[in-house]
Design a protein around this ligand. Sequence first.
Ligand SMILES: Nc1ncnc2c1ncn2[C@@H]1O[C@H](COP(=O)(O)OP(=O)(O)OP(=O)(O)O)[C@@H](O)[C@H]1O
Length: 245
Amino acid sequence: MAGIEAAELAIEFPLYHHNARSLKQRILASSGLRLKKDEDNRIVVAALRDLTFTIGRGERVALVGPNGAGKTTLLRTIAGVYEPVAGRLRVEGAIGSLIDPAAGMDALLTGRENVILRALFRGMTEAQGRALAEEVAGFAGLGDFLDMPIRGYSAGMNVRLAFAMATAMTPDILLMDEWFLAGDADFMKKAEERLTRLVTGAEILMIATHDMGVVRKWCTRAIRLEGGRILADGPVEQVLAEAGL
Ligand SMILES: Nc1ncnc2c1ncn2[C@@H]1O[C@H](COP(=O)(O)OP(=O)(O)OP(=O)(O)O)[C@@H](O)[C@H]1O
């Protein structure tokens, strides 16, 4: 059964700068809030701090909060992109990730080859991968571009391919950042139908967004982050009302 469990989870990023010494002094003097020195005396940004939550089957969770709150970092951490520096994270279930359009894709391979490769990683046979590529092609409407290397794709084409691929694989846990909502109107209409089907099928949905319309429409629970910490966690209407959103 799909589930996500985090206990006192923390993520930090080291801050590199050509003039690091004076930068350190200035930053530490001015804010200090989210910046600290780690054991190796490096300045690090505390992107996520002390996050504890459990997400179970059937939950559709919105991550809300201002720019830099830590929403995307949390999605990426759950997807396995970042390693926590402290705390524990347990993720059970196959993940479909709509976080970074080109993540996990090989720019030199064609769209079709990327779909087949991803299918093989998921344990499908090559024949299943080819069938999946046909399905993705039909939905993404990439035409002949499906057989071109994806480094030649426009940003919109990358979004279409990533969206079609992630949703075709019927994940248990679907992680989405709001960039995918920026597709053109025709595509979004098609995408919405497909997403509706998927969200009812996927066991867990997590979406990071600034759009409260999306939160109200798609989600049952909201986690409000600020400065890398959880400020509120509960039913959508309650969390949004408390925050005046
Ligand atoms: N790869 C990175 N290296 C260094 N710092 C990073 C990195 N990724 C994120 N951060 C920092 O971590 C913090 C959280 O960023 P994150 O992108 O998760 O915020 P967000 O809530 O998704 O913001 P937005 O709404 O603007 O997308 C910010 O202070 C950001 O500068």
